[in-house]
Design a protein around this ligand. Structure first.
Ligand code: F6P
Length: 366
């Protein structure tokens, strides 16, 4: 029987992580009689062997808490900053796994975490993962926990921006997180009734966005909400990005991405400015940023995180390792890590949500 279970949270935090820690922990401890150890601050804490015993008391009262009681980081085992060097610390991690007598390590994270988890599996560790991220961009799972809460926050923000845009006859360009995927902006844009939704998967033309806004003005609606995903690109930027990616691939060099937040925000400010010039309406940018990652998880996220967490404990009991526990309909399905790692679930441009938004008159600026 598996006795020692390690848990860590890695990558950007999101609401629902504590619910998932509790789900795995309570089922492993109380239901199966295992011992559970948390590692602080993701793979960095694992490498530094900073542990936290997750007993009944620690797991109690955390279901509704945002963030992660374990702390998190974006460190990767095979490329970790140590002093002024970037080192491969995988062997140290493997040693700590053994020193803690772990039977399994459960990693709660998004796309990057799935890749790191697969690397550790290749080193012989027993690994399970759970899919978390507000971006909802993990493949093989219907949904990731954190997404529903962020969707609610972004939708609420659009609702609030609507009334002020309406009063002042303004354009409000609201930037929504999601990294290179448009799920959050698309979902919140539809739920909040944004007039324009811009997502990375559908490159846009500023002129087309301005036209959609001017058409509304002509119909007596001199205000508009533009929900822009942080990764959205103009058609020219998209073409440039494709060309430079192809060039880099040719040269077999690694793609170097400039600080994304700065680039995202710059693009959003530029878009707001261009729309003001092109439409003659005042325009204001709003960057929702990390507000979308904070606070209490929604009921749907608590439920999802709990059911995936307890399903992970069931897999541990059955000694089934090397999987991500995916949400499929009402059930939880183990999916081999190699079928998840390294892939990103983006929005298909013909996705039903896109079709539905177009049907109610939303412009994608294409
Ligand atoms: O992956 C979650 C996410 O919030 C993305 O939407 C965003 O691009 C990124 O993390 C921001 O990262 P950080 O918290 O490291 O600034």
């Amino acid at each position: 029987m598996a006795k020692f279970v390690g848990i860590l949270t890695s990558g950007g935090d999101c609401p629902g992580l504590n619910a998932a820690i509790r789900g795995v922990g309570k089922a492993a401890l109380g239901y199966y009689g295992m011992q559970v150890i948390g590692f602080r601050d993701g793979f960095r804490g694992f490498m530094e062997n900073r542990t936290m015993e997750l007993d009944g008391e620690m797991l109690s009262g955390i279901l509704t808490q945002g963030g992660t009681i374990l702390g998190t980081s974006r460190d990767k085992p095979h490329k970790m900053q140590v002093g002024d060097k970037i080192l491969d610390m995988t062997d140290v991690i493997v040693k700590n796994y053994a020193d803690n007598h772990l039977d399994v390590l459960v990693c709660l994270g998004g796309g990057g975490t799935q890749k790191n988890a697969l690397r550790l599996k290749a080193k012989g560790l027993n690994i399970l993962t759970l899919p978390k991220t507000i971006d909802n961009d993990v493949v093989q799972t219907d949904i990731t926990f954190g997404f529903d809460t962020a969707l609610g926050i972004a939708t609420d923000a659009i609702d609030r921006l609507h009334s002020t845009a309406h009063s002042h006859h303004r354009i409000i360009v609201v930037e929504i997180m999601g990294h290179r995927a448009g799920w959050l902006a698309l979902g919140a844009g539809i739920a909040g009734g944004a007039d324009v939704i811009l997502i990375p998967e559908i490159p846009y033309q500023v002129g087309a966005v301005a036209e959609a806004i001017k058409a509304r003005k002509r119909k007596g609606k001199p205000f508009s909400i533009v929900a822009v995903a942080e990764g959205a690109l103009t058609q020219e930027e998209f073409a440039e990005q494709q060309a430079s990616a192809a060039k880099k691939k040719d040269k077999k060099t690694k793609e170097i991405v400039a600080e994304p937040e700065l680039v995202y925000a710059e693009r959003t400010l530029r878009l707001a400015h261009q729309l003001e010039l092109l439409t003659g309406l005042e325009s204001r940018p709003t960057i929702l940023g990390h507000l979308q990652r904070g606070g209490t998880p929604s009921a749907a996220d608590r439920l999802l995180a709990t059911r995936l967490g307890t399903a992970a404990a069931d897999l541990i009991q059955a000694r089934q390792y090397g999987y991500m526990v995916a949400a499929r309909g009402e059930s939880s399905t183990p999916v081999a890590l190699q079928d998840v790692a390294g892939q990103v679930k983006t929005v298909p441009p013909d996705h039903p949500w896109v079709a539905s938004a177009r049907s109610v008159g939303t412009s994608f600026g294409d």
